[in-house]
Design a protein around this ligand. Sequence first.
Ligand code: SAH
Length: 348
Amino acid sequence: MDSALINIYDLEFEELKNEILKLGEPAFRAKQVWKWIYQGTTRFDDMTDLPKAFRERLKGVFYIGGAGIVNKFVSQKDGTRKYLLALYDGKVVECVLMKYHYGNSVCISTQVGCRMGCRFCASSQPGFDRNLSTGEMIAQVMAIRNDTEEKISHIVLMGIGEPFDNYDNVVRFLRRMNSQNTLNISYRKMTVSTCGLVPGIIKFSEEGFPVNLSVSLHAPNDEIRMKIMPIAKRYSIDNILSACNIYTQKTGRRVTFEYTLIKDVNDRNEHAEELARKLSGLLCHINLIPVNSVEGTGYTKSERVESFRRIIEKYGIPVTVRRELGSDIAASCGQLRKRSVERDRMVD
Ligand code: SAH
C-alpha cells in the first residue's frame, strides 16, 4: 500500500468535500462518493455514477478501508465469526461478529496491542504497538458487513486495546457510525468498555452520547485488583465508582461492571458480598464472566459462578452470567490475539 494515500474512512464529510474540490470536481461528487463507501463499495471502479477520469484521480489520493481480511474463523457452535485483518502497515487486528436474538453485534479493536497489562488478558501479552485511526475502526465494521452481507445493529468496543487510551479516534468513530449518512446506528446500541481510566469516563460523560459504558472491574477491592490489573495502582475503585456515578447522572444509562471470576483470586462468597455492598445504590448491572483460559497466565475458571451470582442477587443488583460465544475459535474475551489461534481450523 502506498503510504502517501489517505484512508478515505479517516475523513469527515467536510474534509472529503475539500479534497474533492481540490481535485477540481464539484462538491456534489463528495456526496456520491460518501454514499458509495458507506454502502460498502471498496473499489472506485464500482462507483458507476462518477466520470471515469475522476475515479482514476480518486485512486491517486485515497484507498478505501485499510483493513483487509487475511483469516476468518467461524465457530461451529454458535456462528460467531472472528476475523484477522491486515492494516496498511502489515499490523494485524481482530474483530468479531456475534449473532444474538436481537441482532448482529460487532466487536471492534481500538489499538494494535494494549498497554494496560491486565494479567489475565491475552491482548496485553505481546505489548502495545499503536493506536488505530478512526478509519481503521470503521474499516473493521465495513469488512464484517461486506463479508456477511448482514445488517450490523450493535457495536461493542471490546476487542483489542483500551478505547479511552485512544479517546479522540474512538469518539470520532462512534459519532460517524451514528450518523444518518453512514450506518445510522443508535448510540444506545453501542458499548464502550474500559479498564477504568477515570479521566476518560468523566470526559466521555460530557460528550452527551447515550452510549452504554462497561467497566472491567474484576475485583471487590483495590488490593485484589492491583494483583490482576496494573491500572488499579493509578485509579482506585472509589475513584472509578465516582466517575461512573457522574456517567449515569449525565447520560441516564446504567453502567455494566464486568467481573471475571478467577479461581482462588476473586471468587469467594465474601468477595461477592464486598462487591455488592460497594455497588449498591449505583445504577448498574454486573456481568459475571467465567475467566477464559489464556496460555501463560496461570489463571483458571472458577466453579463458583452460581453462588457468586446468588449473593449479588440477594442485594438486589441485576446480575447476569455472560454466555460464552466462539470459545472454539478463541474469540472469547481476552483470547483475541492468542497465538494458538493459528492452530485453529481456518474457514475459506
Ligand atoms: N480495555 C477494555 C476493552 C477490552 S474489553 C477493557 O478492559 O474493558 C475485553 C473484556 O474482556 C474486558 O472486560 C476484559 O477485562 C475481559 N477479559 C480479558 N481477558 C479475559 C479472560 N481471559 N477471560 C474473561 N474475560 C477477559
